[in-house]
Design a binder for this molecule. Structure first.
Ligand code: SAM
Length: 224
């Protein structure tokens, strides 16, 4: 009888896939490898949890593709110090939050759909995330009382860079946001530079809309 080589754990397979897709930051790769994505999806979708694709999480929303989570996290250029503070708009399933809270001192996260906000909070608490502050409501105007932030990540599509979010960055802080139409966006990194915003386009993407005062208007009662 010959010994069959053991297949790697799902998180390790996902890490390899992300390396092949160009993700380089070892801390980001480690955080993705050790975050149990299957806990953030419906039990019926667990078989697909480590595939590189977005999945439905209810309320017509999605958990982002692992590549997108990894690349957006890289673009935040986190230092990992305990003083570092990151604002996340669009908690969704809480998966991106779980990755962030392994890589930075404090995460403030806002979700506009109460059912998603409550489920994410319960799961992250169960998983032992102790450096996360949760809010429910419109995050398109940020969370001014905890500003300024080292990084702000928006995990829903905005029609333009929300000025109020940019204003809540520290000097040198990074805002990562998909900007474009409701169908197509470009992921942008906006750095608060000494002479104004420094904008770099990264990759094309398609997110669910950011709905709020500084974003798209709700279309009706069905949209969350
Ligand atoms: N990062 C999430 C994850 O890992 O599961 C996925 C986020 S999902 C693509 C986008 C989320 O943004 C949705 O849950 C949606 O309800 C939320 N959202 C949309 N507009 C918002 C707003 N103005 N404030 C806060 N959350 C918002």
């Amino acid at each position: 009888m010959t010994d069959r080589p053991e297949s790697p754990a799902p998180g390790t397979r996902l890490r390899r896939l992300l390396v092949e897709s160009g993700i380089r930051d070892p801390h980001v790769l480690e955080a993705i490898e050790t975050t149990p994505r299957e806990r953030f999806v419906d039990p019926s979708l667990r078989g697909a949890a480590y595939e590189n694709r977005a999945l439905a999480i209810g309320s017509r929303q999605t958990i982002s593709q692992p590549f997108v989570v990894a690349r957006m996290t890289e673009l935040l250029e986190l230092s990992g110090t305990s003083e570092e503070k990151v604002l996340e708009i669009g908690t969704g399933s809480g998966y991106q939050t779980a990755v962030l809270c392994r890589l930075t001192g404090r995460v403030i996260t806002i979700e506009r759909i109460p059912a998603l906000a409550a489920a994410a909070r319960a799961l992250l608490t169960q998983l032992g995330a102790s450096n996360v502050e949760y809010h429910t409501g419109d995050g398109s105007t940020g969370w001014p009382s905890s500003a300024p932030y080292d990084g702000i990540i928006v995990t829903a599509a905005a029609p333009r860079v929300p000025q109020t979010l940019y204003d809540q960055l520290k000097p040198g802080g990074r805002l990562v946001v998909p900007v474009g139409t409701e169908e197509n966006q470009v992921m942008q990194q906006v750095v608060r530079g000494p002479d104004g915003p420094i904008v770099t386009d990264d990759f094309h993407c398609r997110f669910v809309p950011l709905i709020g005062i500084e974003a798209w208007r709700p279309k009706g009662p069905s949209q969350g």
